[in-house]
Design a protein around this ligand. Sequence first.
Ligand SMILES: Nc1ncnc2c1ncn2[C@@H]1O[C@H](COP(=O)(O)OP(=O)(O)O)[C@@H](O)[C@H]1O
Ligand SMILES: [Mg+2]
Length: 604
Amino acid sequence: MLDKIFGRDIALYIKAHRALITVAIILSALSALFVVVPAYLLQPLVDEGMKSSIEAVEWRIPWIDYTFPFSVKRAELTLLKGITPNQLLISLAAIAFLSVLLKSITLYLSKLAGAAFSNRAVRRLRIDLAQKFISLPLTFYHKRKSGELIARATADLTVMQNTISTITIGFVENPLTLIVFIAYLLLMNYKLTLLVFIVVPIIVGLVGLFGRKVKKHSTRVQDATAEVTSSYQEIISLLKIIKGFLRERHESDVFKGLAHNLYKKVMHWNRWELGVGPMMDSTMFLVIPGIFIIGKIYFNHSLGEMVSMLYALARAYIPVKNLAKININLRTLQGATARVFDIMHTVPDIQDRAGALTMPKLSDGVEFSHVNFSYKPGELVLRDISFNVKAGQMVAIVGSTGAGKSTLLDLIPRFYDVSSGSIQIDGMDIRDATLSSLRGQIAIVSQESLLFHDTIANNINYDGGRYSEEQIQSAAVSAQAHEFITAFPDGYETVVGDRGMLLSGGQRQRIAIARALLKDPAILILDEPASALDPESEHLIQKAMENLVGRRTIFIVSHRLNTIKRADRIYVLENGAIVESGTHDELMTKNGRYRNLYDIQFER
Ligand SMILES: Nc1ncnc2c1ncn2[C@@H]1O[C@H](COP(=O)(O)OP(=O)(O)O)[C@@H](O)[C@H]1O
Ligand SMILES: [Mg+2]
């Protein structure tokens, strides 16, 4: 049932809370029963209770006489008799009061249970979505704006949070209320009631039409909202550039455009969404005067009967209207669900293969054999790369920008998988190993070191807290970071701003190196660790590196050729292929590309 209404994906999350759903539904069913009580009270109130005489009156309600086997006759049931009109009034008022109270309590409790189960379902989905974001490979994010993904995670989940319980409960509560009132109306006068049903197909048709329009436009609204969210994010993260290039005006104009577009989409959506209610009202209440006339002239109903029937009719119409609204909500929800589960169903293309093995700690070496790689089919970024590195050696890769150096490094921890060929560690293809055992022995320092909004100590100890303060400090000392950290008033407890904005590039980089050193990896990957740095920081980092040579297997990309002079082997990469290799001295005497790069750098 839930599958049918919501679709299987989200239903799975909702079904986990069956008990709460049942409670919510039973309570709302009870509250639906209480709303019919006033209909039974109105007729005696008007026809009997209002009499000014003191003669005894009776309270009778319409009933069914059922005799075996098939004889159903309309009858009346006397509930109270031999009381004065005033006594009847007081009794009716007491009953009305009690039924309103009970209805309110059951309704409140049922809504509370509804809020609980829908929010629990959304909480689970929210956690799963975050886990999905973490587990998806980097390739997933290349083609998408992070702001749009954030918008999905917030706006779409908010839609779910707000609609799941109203829909679930509404699909039980409203039909039930409807049945109760229709039963009452049929009892009162089935001919007149059936007459009203003429408008039902018209209403159903119109609601269907509006529903389709709303779904279409709500998807557009969500997309436009995502664009706006993503623009906020871009503005905040690129603020320095925007200000520096005096593009504040331009950026706010662009944003104005997006905001206006969102406004237009929202208004299109509103045109249909807000139209449903009035459209139904006018269809429905156009027939009311007719009923009055027919009821009086043709069926000879008393005023009390007419009032009570009209009350019941008006009340019976509310659940119809609610169902229409729920249909609209459901359409909005379906749009949100489709987008969220589009992400949830993305299968990470890089994950442990079945039967993946734990990779032992590197002892022999790393080998690239005939590795080809492309981001897009047909555009090779790496061509036939073959080389090997013995454990404990340092390999350097140099080459011009865009040669494929970073890409090559990214293949080692399997941020991307080779397109053909293979990478082996101690003879084991890295695709046969579990990701955790592979990445567990690799530490990475990249060109642009980002820090978490947290203390310096926690940023160094990002691995997870099993290190002592001394170990953290000694990693910082080796990374030449201890000195500047202790110069801060709060020392290691200094909280760095978002992305580490509080620190200079060189300081961030040295913290990143300390982080990598603390992990004590077998393989250390450094992608232009010194590229954005001043000569002094570069010098310090070089010193930090020297502490490591011979103790780790190091892959380093750097165009500061001083940093890599000590490498056991240097590979020159051009256009994705290795064009030269050797030690610094060998390459210098060769007078090739490396010598050329070196001469340019030192202007010889
Ligand atoms: N995520 C990506 N999607 C598509 N192409 C990419 C991606 N990352 C890098 N490239 C392309 O791959 C080539 C090599 O990039 P990269 O490895 O970053 O070079 P390097 O680090 O040597 O400067 C470049 O042409 C670059 O445009
Ligand atoms: Mg690079």
